[in-house]
Design a protein. Structure first.
Length: 135
């Protein structure tokens, strides 16, 4: 309805870049200076660091249909994948140096039994299959 919401996180150390919500309504915030993704409950209570391994300047974040979280690393041109429990599943995709600095992520629905497709904003729009690959 356009009314102002409640502030749920403050601090210069955050420098928030990306925001995503899981199925339970928890909030995930990519923090550039903290090189981490912080988690907050649906009520705004801090739940701690969700992910930090392998992150350098995390920017965009998005959940896929299975609950895995994808995080774009603007510094090194990678997209990392984490399980819903926060386990680092490694690099999902590497953006070529020409198109480095991935700054946007979104998931598009695909009919079954199709492959998961991801829309990536990094100097353009690319589609990436679920299999790890260089783009």
């Amino acid at each position: 309805d356009g009314t102002t919401g409640t502030l749920f996180a403050t601090g210069n150390e955050l420098d928030p870049r990306g925001l995503a919500f899981d199925r339970a309504g928890n909030r995930y915030v990519a923090t550039q200076f903290g090189n981490a993704v912080q988690c907050y409950s649906a009520n705004g209570i801090p739940l701690g660091t969700f992910a930090h391994a392998g992150l350098r300047d995390p920017f965009a974040i998005a959940f896929d249909a299975t609950g895995d979280l994808y995080i774009s690393n603007q510094f090194d041109g990678t997209i990392r994948r984490y399980s819903a429990a926060g386990k680092d599943l490694g690099v999902f995709a590497t953006v070529s140096t020409k198109d480095a600095n991935p700054t946007g992520l979104a998931f598009l629905p695909v009919p079954e039994p199709g492959h998961l497709t991801m829309l990536l904003g990094a100097g353009g729009i690319r589609f990436v299959s679920k299999r790890r690959r260089q783009i």
